[in-house]
Design a protein around this ligand. Structure first.
Ligand SMILES: C=CC1=C(C)c2cc3[nH]c(cc4nc(cc5[nH]c(cc1n2)c(C)c5CCC(=O)O)C(CCC(=O)O)=C4C)c(C)c3C=C
Ligand code: FE2
Length: 492
């Protein structure tokens, strides 16, 4: 795939064609990309068609009812409502700033005259306290884009999420405790939202910025409610993941689509989704700046191995479901290295994948194994570069800074450094603002298709058949000693 300078801006209606037989998955059926990722789009579409053919492991478990709310997400019962939990930057919940659409503010941008533009930042979300960890993990594992069960086993999604979240919580809690007792994601994302609003104002484009998290407060659904209350007339959706993965941007967009489909106002709202932006010059140059700066802190910068560490995904996402994540990651690294070379920095580099969870194969090489191997090969200086996320989070602050650093030093690497996440770096935020402005003209209202999807969902015969065969298969799997062993030894 060739390098491009723009982001993949997708007119809403053209991105997600509806497939009546896959009610919980919206499939990109159109190849209407205007830039080089057209092949990625088609590939993804084909892959997603195969999603349900994958042979994910399913385990039957018993579980008590979870305290979820109407939207199926679990939050703390004692948690104050999102509206009470206002952020310092926003006048309204998860919105940055109040609406500022006076005629005087609109300036020369005639195409947005009369418009009330919203930018929705999508992110993962993270537990704010240690008590939030298990319900946060429940929300994560209850996501069918994170644990992809075959269609027949879908009814096990929530009990399985309950089981895994309970078993995983102690390990995760240790990690969050080590970084101060909670995730910094909400605070950093709010800061990025504020910075983006300011950058857009400086470019004569006043907007409301909203933050919608997939697995914790402020939830995406709540951000959408606020967008409705504010009567936004045009929306740009900007996931804070540079590369597209089914498990991140794909999952958040699926939520958006299901909410938008059900709502008369939202289904008419012109929306533009920036699906990935790793190839934007502003992002690539900002990453190169950070790397160059950090290299200078070594006594012999030219001898340092640049060690890109990306969040992994299971191999089946790439091979069975057509997730473009790996291709995009490799292209991203290529572009950053090209930029460094153009500046005269010719260090060696490598890419590994971190943070695997569960008994399946994840993308390789694994970061931990890669570090040991480099140590054995005699690499003495290493600069770790987290590359799949733009804020600090548990996997940079705990996994890289503590676990991997320790492992690297134990393996013979003597000089360790780590590039900080982009956060609110001004060149980066300015580029995101430009991406938003470029996306505005292609906003289009989404189409609706709920009647057909619902009809299939509500077919009682299909439901009975699924339950019957699903229960038998789940029972067999549960009694299989191999499955139980794998679950006990490798999942947690
Ligand atoms: C591009 C980034 C990410 C991808 C791809 C991704 C896939 C993915 N993640 C899990 C499981 C977990 N992720 C967890 C935390 C977490 N994940 C990302 C990013 C990506 N995940 C971030 C930024 C964070 C940290 C949030 C924070 O609170 O700081 C966790 C919880 C932490 C832990 O217990 O390790 C889990 C679990 C899967 C299974 C997956 C792909 C299928
Ligand atoms: Fe993750």
């Amino acid at each position: 795939m060739s390098a491009t300078s723009g982001s993949d801006v997708l007119p809403r209606t053209k991105v997600f064609g509806s497939n009546p037989y896959k009610s919980d998955r919206r499939i990109p059926t159109s190849c209407s990309y205007t830039r080089s990722s057209m092949t990625v789009s088609c590939h993804l579409s084909e892959g997603l068609e195969d999603l349900d053919k994958s042979t994910s492991k399913a385990l039957a478990i018993s579980c008590s009812g979870s305290s979820d709310k109407g939207n199926g997400l679990v939050g703390r019962s004692s948690h104050c409502s999102p509206i009470e939990k206002r952020t310092p930057v926003g006048q309204t919940f998860c919105s940055v700033g109040v609406c500022a659409y006076g005629e005087a503010d609109i300036g020369s941008n005639s195409h947005i005259r009369e418009e009330k533009v919203g930018v929705l930042l999508l992110n993962l979300g993270g537990p704010e306290t240690l008590d939030d960890v298990q319900p946060f993990l429940f929300n994560l594992f209850a996501d069918p884009d994170i644990i992809r069960l075959p269609r027949l086993f879908k009814f096990l999604q929530r009990p399985l999420a309950k089981l895994i979240s309970v078993f995983r919580a102690p390990k995760s809690k240790e990690g969050y405790a080590a970084i101060g007792g909670g995730s910094p994601l909400r605070k950093i994302t709010d800061e990025q939202a504020n910075a983006l609003k300011i950058a857009l104002e400086a470019k004569n484009t006043p907007v409301n910025v909203y933050v919608g998290m997939r697995y914790w407060y402020p939830f995406t659904e709540e951000a959408i409610e606020q967008i409705k209350r504010d009567r936004i007339t045009k929306l740009v959706v900007l996931p804070l993941y540079p590369q597209f993965s089914i498990s991140t941007t794909g999952s958040s967009i699926r939520v958006l689509e299901s909410v938008f489909r059900e709502d008369a106002y939202l289904s008419e709202l012109p929306v533009s989704i920036i699906k990935s932006w790793y190839q934007r010059q502003g992002y690539v140059k900002s990453m190169a700046d950070l790397i160059e700066k950090e290299l200078k802190s070594f006594s012999k910068p030219e001898e340092v191995m640049i060690f890109f560490s990306a969040h992994g995904v299971p191999v089946s996402y790439i091979e069975d479901a057509g997730d473009p994540y790996k291709d995009q990651m490799e292209e991203c690294i290529y572009l950053i290295m090209q930029e460094l070379k153009a500046r005269g920095t010719n260090n060696e580099h490598t890419l590994c994948y971190q943070s695997r969870v569960g008994p399946v194969q994840w993308l390789k090489p694994y970061t931990d194994e890669g570090l040991v191997e480099l140590g054995q090969k005699g690499v003495k200086s290493l600069l770790a570069v987290p590359v799949s996320f733009v804020s600090e989070h548990i996997e940079t602050l705990e996994e890289i800074d503590m676990e991997y650093k320790h492992l690297a030093l134990e393996s013979g690497i003597e000089n360790w450094g780590r590039v900080p996440a982009l956060g609110c770096t001004s060149s980066f935020i300015t580029d995101l603002a430009e991406a938003v402005i470029e996306a505005l003209p292609s906003a289009t209202a989404m189409s609706t298709s709920r009647t057909i999807s619902k009809a299939v969902d509500n077919d009682p015969m299909q439901y009975v058949i699924k339950m019957f065969f699903g229960s038998i298969l789940a029972f067999v799997l549960l009694l299989s000693p191999k499955a139980v062993l794998a679950f006990r030894n490798r999942l947690f």
